[in-house]
Design a protein. Sequence first.
Length: 474
Amino acid sequence: MLATTLVAVLVALLLVNAGAALYARIRVARAQTTLDQHWLAAQTATSHLLSTYVDEETGVRGFLLTGNPVFLQPYTRGEVRAADLHHQLAALLAADTTGRTLLRHVVAAYAAWRDRSALPEIAARRAGPLSQAQMNTTVLEGKALFDSLRSQVAGLAGRMTFLIRSALRSSASAQALADVVTAVTVALALLAATLALPATRRILTRPLERLLAQMTRVAGGDYTQAIEPSGAAELVAMARAAEQMRESLLEHSAELVRAQRTLTLRGERDRVAADLHDRSIQRMFGLGLSLSSLAKRHPDLAPTFVRLIDETDRGIRELRGIIFNLSHEGETTVRRGIDEVVRDSARALGFTPELEVLGPVDHVADEALTRELLAVLREGLSNVVRHAQASAVKVTISADGHDLRLVVADDGIGLSGGPRGHGTRNMAARAARLGGSFELRTGVDGVSIEWCVPVAPRPDDRPPGSDGNYPPDP
């Protein structure tokens, strides 16, 4: 009876411990999900938003200095990119009132800089060269507004850091709770063993003492200590359950360490990339402008200056490559996104579509074009599910350096001669917005859509200008 009671007590303690471990696992999983899907993504978007603002401000300042419309390209692209990032951050921060408030401040500061500084400066420079006094006044006013914008972004970034640390602390506290419960369980088990009769001692004490010693080491932080099953069947079951619990603690500890290491590395990469962009490239940019100016003032030394400008161009391209690699490390490739969309559609279709990818798709499709491509592919496959009644689908995506083309062909009945729905209109609108084309073809052997948009060459692929002018900063 005593042995049964002792075993029952130990099993009860084990269940309490397992429940605490399960609770800790759920809390860690929730904190990890919030960290990955919201706060880390929001931190990355905030970093990209600051880089976009800096690109816009640099483009406006270059246009004021030179009057060359090419310098406005980063500003024009940045307006679209900033709007996308504003929407993305608003969605990610939907559950955080403080974050939404800080984002509104950032958007307001950006609008103030754009409306009161960037747009008037561009209009004034287009009207003609500015005097030195006008230039000084314009630069000071624009700098004050942009410094305010940068300060608001820094506040938003600080909020992201706070939220990430809070999520990590939540994970750590959950694991600490599991450790405390484990320690209490071990202490109570020792008390129950001490009260057992000598006969029970021969049956249970030695295996139990070994089990308790191992669990004590685990509770003390030695998670490498394996818990080996031995003794009666009940003790063997307990030891196996405790071993699973120890492995679970090890797994969650490793996940926390990996999350902390990933956060540290990502922050360091972003800092290095920002330093390279904000300092090194800008200094080399100024050096290129100075060399171009000297070449024009001293034609007899122009060949020497041209060689120096070419070297400066080469150095900037190398720095841009480094910044790109730092900023995009670990991002999903275009092909991987295509594979995921096609694979997800298989559940609704009842079969896996045939996929063919031709040409340098990953190279020609930037982040914005990738979003458009995947949206059109998803809509095309969704139309097949809703209307086609198809038994086979083939997806072909090709790139030749000039165009990016998507073809989704099926052997179904299509739209049955009805009017176009929102899906086809959306795909046509996306193509038109990018300067491309969209065509829906229906035949006796099925239906196909063709979506084609032009692609621009990457900035790093352009040769330096033969006139010695410094290339614009993207």
